[in-house]
Design a protein around this ligand. Structure first.
Ligand code: HEC
Length: 230
């Protein structure tokens, strides 16, 4: 039929042109139906995508507030991984320092962060040796983070895990380039024992707005019930 109009050579060229067009359509379909939706899906599930709502005991929690986090059980730690600085511990400590401490103590630990103005006493300048209340040794800094310093804006950071406080202690030490004084072997041994013997439980964290709602409801409920009938 068609060979009435076309020579075999022309037919061959026509067929190969057709194959080329079909090939392009296949590639376009692959991108349109597989690659692009795949990338869009991936973009949705990147780490900084909004936190998914979590169903709590009393309904849906608000994911835009402080995200609900399940309780964490941290097993005892091998003291060797925290007593001396290692790159992973220092990286963690530096991130925590930037988040929690730099606003007062300054990015380089000079006590000149943006929130330092107007504080009395002033945040400690880690690069100067004198005047430390608890002291500059590793165990001293750890104690400062555990207890805070009374009568100052230096609060306790005991809500951070022990490992995180140790990471921060190493960072503080690295910022002060003066002689820190030798550590007390007894104090270090006590710290090692603390890490090796006891794990930690960081409790459930619930979005603040939700917690406030529940507490308010519970309070108004107790007010509404006549005394003696609770
Ligand atoms: C709101 C401001 C503020 C923040 C945030 C803060 N500090 Fe302090 N810090 C202070 C002040 C003020 C002092 C001095 C207290 C004094 O002299 O009584 C101090 C003192 C210290 C000291 C010296 C203790 C001593 O022996 O004298 C250390 C170590 C320290 N802070 C570590 C930290 C670390 C690590 C963080 C972050 C986890 C942190 N601070 C966050 C205000 C702050």
């Amino acid at each position: 039929m068609i060979d009435k109009y076309l020579s075999p050579g022309e037919l061959k060229r026509l067929l190969s042109a057709l194959m080329l067009v079909i090939g392009f359509i296949c590639i376009a379909a692959f991108f349109g139906f597989t690659v692009v939706p795949g990338l869009r899906y991936q973009a949705h599930t990147l780490p900084d995508a909004p936190v998914q709502a979590v169903q709590g005991e009393s309904g849906w929690l608000d994911p835009t507030d402080y995200p609900a986090m399940a309780r964490e059980v941290i097993p005892p730690i091998d003291p060797a991984t925290v007593m001396t600085p290692n790159p992973a511990l220092m990286a963690r400590g530096k991130a925590l320092y930037a988040q929690n401490c730099a606003t007062c103590h300054g990015a380089d630990g000079k006590g000149d962060g943006p929130s330092a103005n107007g504080l009395n006493p002033k945040p400690r300048n880690f690069t100067a040796g004198g005047g430390w209340k608890n002291g500059t040794r590793l165990e001293d800094v750890y104690r400062t983070l555990q207890e805070g310093i009374k009568g100052s804006s230096m609060v306790s950071y005991s809500h951070l895990s022990k490992k995180d406080r140790m990471a921060l202690s190493h960072v503080v030490q690295s910022l002060g380039s003066f002689d820190h004084g030798a550590s007390d072997p007894k104090a270090l041994a006590a710290l090692e024992k603390l890490f090796a013997s006891a794990g930690e439980v960081i409790p459930n964290r619930v979005p603040v707005a939700h917690a406030v709602k529940v507490l308010t409801r519970e309070y108004t409920d107790t007010q509404a019930t006549p005394a003696g009938k609770r």
